[in-house]
Write a protein that binds this ligand. Structure first.
Ligand SMILES: [Zn+2]
Length: 155
């Protein structure tokens, strides 16, 4: 199990494939759910998406991800995330989502509530009912979780 935020970020890397943008939101959500459920750790999820992107031009399906992750799961015991920190589930970092607007003064960032809102904005192309302009996009930024201030290295 990995967090939905990390799974979402990894699945969004599949947007480099040719037909990712033709996928329906619910189909992309299935990919996120599959990755979140079957990936034993965040680095493994990253490696699996790396592997897919290196070998394929088309977007993966949930069955593809499961096949890739099944091999990983057999090699490694499932890593349980630390229950110590609810914010980052023991990974040491959190992903924050922003609506980014390019302006002459620079990049304006509006914090989104979380990955679900970010996904909604991406898929609907609108924020609070207003269509995004050419200069707007959703950005993800990794940030150290507050719990790492107690000197904890991830992995
Ligand atoms: Zn934390």
């Amino acid at each position: 199990m990995i967090s939905p935020a990390i799974a979402t970020a990894e699945i969004r890397r599949l947007s480099a494939t040719t037909n990712y943008h033709l996928r329906k939101p619910e189909a992309l959500q299935e990919l996120v759910d599959t990755l979140a459920q079957y990936a034993p750790s965040a680095p493994k999820a990253h490696a699996v998406i790396d592997q897919w992107l290196a070998e394929n031009r088309m977007c993966a399906t949930p069955a593809d991800l499961r096949d890739l992750l099944r091999g990983e799961a057999e090699n490694e015991p499932v890593q349980r995330m630390s229950s110590g920190c609810a914010a980052c589930e023991g990974t040491g970092f959190v992903i924050q989502y922003y609506l980014c607007t390019r302006t002459e003064a620079g990049l304006l960032r509006q914090r989104l509530a979380g990955w679900q809102e970010a996904a909604d904005v991406c898929h609907s192309g609108a924020y609070h009912g207003r269509p995004l302009s050419q200069s707007q996009s959703v950005g993800e930024f990794a940030a150290r979780c507050a719990c790492t201030a107690v000197s904890r290295e991830p992995q």
